[in-house]
Design a binder for this molecule. Structure first.
Ligand code: ATR
Length: 285
């Protein structure tokens, strides 16, 4: 990669960002298309979010990604936000254009593209159970409903958060949306009739983390999806595979949300293969 006097900057803004593979993924994709762009890790302390954004804009950066813990906090600092990002209440991609900071959200679409590309799964008429009610769950839930899923169950350790998310979703979609505590025995019945179960909780990130639900609640006609990509197979996915389910991890979502952000910044489609290879190399897979 050649960095010249006219190279424009992009990056990932979060705290921490040292484990992010987005720099490897985007730089490989820029290089493959000979774009004069560079993507940097931008570790941003909590009190410096506004300063970092203003500085990026001042030095003619093209855009950035936003990750934990700033996807919601960044919204008041933006000049514009797409209706989708507003509805979700989170921004993962920013474009600096004509003196404006414009916020987008590509997480939900990245997730659904990953499901269709990797497993041929389509949402219309399907029943989905989402484990977790945090920022990631919001994007996934909104996308399922946008793509005409028939029924959605939000199961969370803190039930009030599941209820709040379900209530929020019901404002935008006239669909059957249920909230439940993840430990409630009623969840077993709700899972038994689901087409897909998605783990959006952070349970699985640490070695030795258990599956958020018992494998016995699953059946082999279902799909188990985990947004976690490191480790590549969480206990949830291993357990689900043991019960005969098709499984998909978060690598596809990572790549496809990145590809959508790439298009917003450059107007060009990146090579998915190049991005996937760069991510696999960065993770040592
Ligand atoms: P993200 O942006 O990745 O979604 P988040 O907003 O912090 O992160 O949400 C984390 C989710 O994982 C929450 O649903 C959280 O449950 P609570 O709302 O009860 O905190 C869930 N989570 C985290 N640790 C968990 C655990 N040990 N067991 C079950 N759920 C867990």
């Amino acid at each position: 990669m050649v960095i010249s006097g006219s190279t424009r900057i992009l990056g990932i803004l979060g705290h921490p960002v040292k484990h992010s593979v987005s720099p490897a993924m985007h730089n490989a994709a820029f290089e493959a298309l000979c774009l004069d762009l560079v993507y940097l890790p931008l570790p941003t302390p909590p009190d410096k979010l506004a300063v970092v954004l203003d500085t990026l804009e001042a030095v003619n950066a093209l855009g950035c990604n936003v990750t934990v813990p700033y996807k919601q906090k960044v919204i008041p600092l933006l000049d514009e936000i797409t209706p989708l990002a507003k509805r979700i209440g989170a921004v993962n991609t920013i474009l600096f254009k004509n003196g404006k900071k414009i916020g987008y959200n590509t997480d939900g679409r990245g997730f659904s593209v990953s499901l269709s590309e990797e497993l041929g799964f389509s949402c219309p008429g399907k029943k989905a159970v989402i484990l977790g009610a945090g920022g990631a769950a919001r994007s996934v839930a909104d996308r399922f409903l946008e793509l005409e899923a028939e029924k959605l169950v939000i199961a969370n350790r803190t039930e009030s958060k599941a209820r709040a998310l379900a209530d929020h979703l019901k404002l935008g979609f006239n669909r059957e949306i249920i909230s439940v505590n993840i430990g409630d025995p009623e969840l077993k019945e709700l899972i038994s009739e689901a087409d897909i179960v998605v783990n959006t909780t952070s349970l699985g990130l640490e070695a030795g983390d258990p599956s958020p639900i018992p494998g016995e609640w699953l059946n082999s006609k279902q799909i188990a999806a985990d947004l976690i990509y490191n480790p590549v197979r969480t206990t949830f996915l291993k357990t689900a595979a043991g019960f005969g389910l098709k499984t998909v991890n978060g690598l596809g979502m990572l790549v496809f949300q990145g590809a959508l952000a790439f298009e917003i910044w450059t107007g060009k489609k990146p090579s998915i293969e190049v991005m996937k290879t760069a991510v696999a190399d960065a993770l040592g897979l």
